[in-house]
Design a protein around this ligand. Structure first.
Ligand SMILES: Nc1ncnc2c1ncn2[C@@H]1O[C@H](COP(=O)(O)OP(=O)(O)O)[C@@H](O)[C@H]1O
Ligand SMILES: [Mg+2]
Length: 184
């Protein structure tokens, strides 16, 4: 087991899959999601189909995100990097990435029953993140500023946890952003 999250077999399957995703990208092609699902098999329940990642329930309180496109590879890397380098004030709003590798990451599972749709809380978080140097792209829709409810969950106490923050961007000119070593 890889730190008790994945078996050697899982890691082997994932590595071969990510090589296929990269080969497609080199040919300027990409898998259709349904074709990718027919090829890629892991012994876990699929609980999420994103724009560029499959999400599996590891049944231990964590989910496994697997890229099926080059963007997905970048997204898993971005989430791991952002989580690992975030200030505590930011981290408390991000579902924790506890492990990652090339093309995948393992994240804390956030309960789906958290569906308190409080718009004000979303705008408050948006301002808070901008105030600490993070542009929370995808928290709301760029066109109409509507919250993108699929990307985060709000618990009954009103605490927001973002589950898809791959497109959050550090504001380069922001003075307080710590610069982490890029270890991926
Ligand atoms: N941490 C999580 N806990 C529970 N479900 C999740 C989590 N992360 C993702 N999911 C589920 O998987 C779906 C796709 O994940 P997401 O990260 O949005 O992928 P993509 O970046 O490819 O759109 C989400 O809409 C959600 O239903
Ligand atoms: Mg998504």
């Amino acid at each position: 087991m890889d730190e008790n999250y994945l078996t050697a077999n899982d890691l082997d399957t994932i590595e071969k899959w990510i090589t296929q995703v990269e080969d497609m990208h080199d040919k300027q092609m990409k898998f259709h999601r349904n074709d990718a699902l027919k090829i890629f098999k892991l012994p876990y329940k699929l609980i999420g189909l994103g724009r560029s990642r499959f999400v599996y329930d590891l049944k231990n309180g964590y989910v496994l995100k697997i890229a099926f496109s080059f963007k997905g590879i970048k997204d898993n890397k971005s989430e791991a990097l952002l989580y690992n380098s975030a200030l505590p004030a930011v981290k408390k709003h991000l579902a924790a990435v506890v492990h990652h590798g090339h093309g995948w990451c393992i994240m804390v599972k956030v309960n789906e029953s958290y569906n308190n749709k409080n718009v004000d809380l979303v705008y408050k978080l948006q301002d808070e993140l901008l105030g600490v140097g993070i542009n929370p792209k995808d928290l709301t829709n760029k066109r109409n500023n509507e919250p993108r409810w699929k990307n985060f969950r709000i618990d009954p106490e009103g605490h927001i946890v973002v589950i898809d923050y791959a497109n959050f961007k550090k504001i380069k000119s922001f003075p307080l952003s710590p610069t982490p070593p890029d270890r991926i």
